[in-house]
Design a protein around this ligand. Structure first.
Ligand code: FES
Ligand SMILES: [Fe+2]
Length: 447
């Protein structure tokens, strides 16, 4: 391994007003390998939400970086997570995304595991002439070293020394609450999900999830289609937003320890949000402040690879690096459990309009990521300038709004909708550099 100084990759000099990234961050296959080890295998990662596995023996499969994971609810109703890898020769024990199964039988040689992960059958065990050393071994699925839930969001870690989940999330919890407390009976993914891959580095999505600056250029055609629909043409079901009305809005950003960040804006046209008709119930249940903040535009990035966006409609996405220039995306429409069918339809029309890979906005994002990856092959372009916008509004710690919310971000920024800061990218890359540096130095990042 070539030990690299992180300041050669993340030029983070707040005292000089500089924050730049080196193109290698997106293109170097050696760094990609190290990210797997030092970031994905050493952080908390989002695995799923509790309402995906409401019944005993329900399961979903997912991944932490390159490690396949099986998330189950066992026969006692307890949530558990395992490496989705057979103890025999490592085959995926469960190859489907979601379902209900008391047992998972490995397709290769037929070893079987209970939903609790316990090995319940080694095929033709008696005839196997196994010696006592084999019999003495543990044959159960390997549990994830850490598993924890926050407001229905299930996270796991492949490292045993990560801090408690609530500490890792820190005050991002306030913004997670705003997503996960919208329904009086909790939240669920609308059945189905969207998955696709793009030919570019995973961090293009990491950035884009809190990048408001690209909207008025990348999504021009989406905005124009919406404008024509508002004029009465075509599909009218998705309650078209008038983007021009957002221009006058004010908002800001917060960066948090451990790489999380959020952008927020006041939002006009509240009546176009599917939550709006039930906001009275929310206000009664959670109070004025939270109800008001649920109607603001908020995009959250939970390091390393989970984001929740609510600029259009509420969506949750994860992304998984497959190679330095290839990434798998999964996105879900998040909705209150028990929502009335007409609002569910309204929400879905907005979701598919923007977020589906065949929708009107996401394909444009995907193409620009791929274009970035092509352009980033240029050795003549060492340092990128896309991390500076909004730095003039930054202040350390909590601004007045954060103080009113009772949260303590590491840094705060303010601005108009057109200001669209790039400062939300700083927290993730500071954490990226911290974890990579610790890993290369052979240290734990958490002690
Ligand atoms: S790999 Fe699973 S039984 Fe052989
Ligand atoms: Fe976009």
């Amino acid at each position: 391994m070539r030990v690299r100084d992180m300041s050669d990759l993340v030029d983070d000099r707040p005292q000089d007003g500089v924050f730049r990234l080196h193109r290698d961050v997106f293109t170097d296959p050696e760094l990609f390998e190290l990210e797997q080890q030092f970031i994905f295998e050493r952080c908390w990662s989002f695995l799923g939400i509790e309402s995906q596995i409401p019944e005993k023996h329900d399961f979903v499969t997912t991944d932490i970086g390159r490690t396949p994971v099986l998330l189950t609810r066992d026969g006692d109703g307890k949530v558990a997570a395992f490496l989705n890898a057979c103890r025999h020769k490592g085959a995926l024990v469960c190859a489907v995304e979601q379902g209900n199964a008391k047992t998972h039988v490995c397709p290769y040689h037929g070893w079987a595991y209970a939903s609790s992960g316990r090995n319940i059958a080694i095929k033709d065990h008696e005839a196997g002439a196994y010696l006592p050393a084999f019999e003495a071994e543990d044959h159960d699925l390997v549990s994830l070293p850490r598993l924890a839930t926050y407001k229905g969001l299930i996270f796991g870690s492949l490292a045993s020394d990560v801090p408690p989940l609530e500490d890792f999330l820190g005050d991002m919890r306030f913004f997670l609450d705003l997503a996960m407390e919208q329904g009086p009976h909790g939240m669920e993914f609308v059945p189905g999900r969207t998955t696709y891959t793009y030919r570019a580095n995973w961090k293009l999505q990491l950035d884009n999830g809190v990048d408001g600056y690209h909207l008025t250029s990348t999504h021009q055609s989406f905005m124009q289609v919406q404008g024509r629909r508002r004029g009465g043409e075509g599909n009218l079901d998705a309650r078209q937003f008038d983007w021009a009305k957002r221009k006058a809005q004010q908002g800001g950003m917060y960066g948090f320890p451990h790489g999380h960040s959020v952008i927020w804006f006041d939002q006009p046209e509240l009546e176009k949000r599917p939550l709006y008709p039930s906001i009275g119930e929310v206000r009664e249940r959670l109070g004025e402040l939270r109800a008001d903040w649920m109607l603001k535009l908020r995009n959250l990035s939970i390091f390393p690879a989970m984001q929740i966006a609510e600029g259009i409609t509420l969506m949750l996405r994860t992304f998984r690096p497959l190679a330095v220039d290839r990434t798998e995306m999964r996105s879900y429409c998040l909705a209150p459990i028990g929502e009335a069918p007409d609002r569910r339809a309204w929400r879905l029309r907005q979701y598919e309009d923007f977020f589906n890979p065949g929708g009107l906005a996401t394909p444009d994002d995907t193409i620009v990521y791929e274009d970035c990856q092509r352009g980033l092959a240029s050795h003549g372009l060492p340092w990128l300038q896309g991390y500076s916008r909004g730095m003039g509004t930054l202040r350390q710690g909590a601004d007045e709004t954060a103080q009113r919310l009772g949260i303590s971000p590491a840094e705060s920024g303010r601005g108009s909708y057109e200001g669209q800061a790039e400062t939300p990218f700083h927290a993730p890359y500071r954490e990226w550099a911290r974890l990579m540096q610790a890993g290369m130095a052979g240290r734990s990042a958490w002690s």
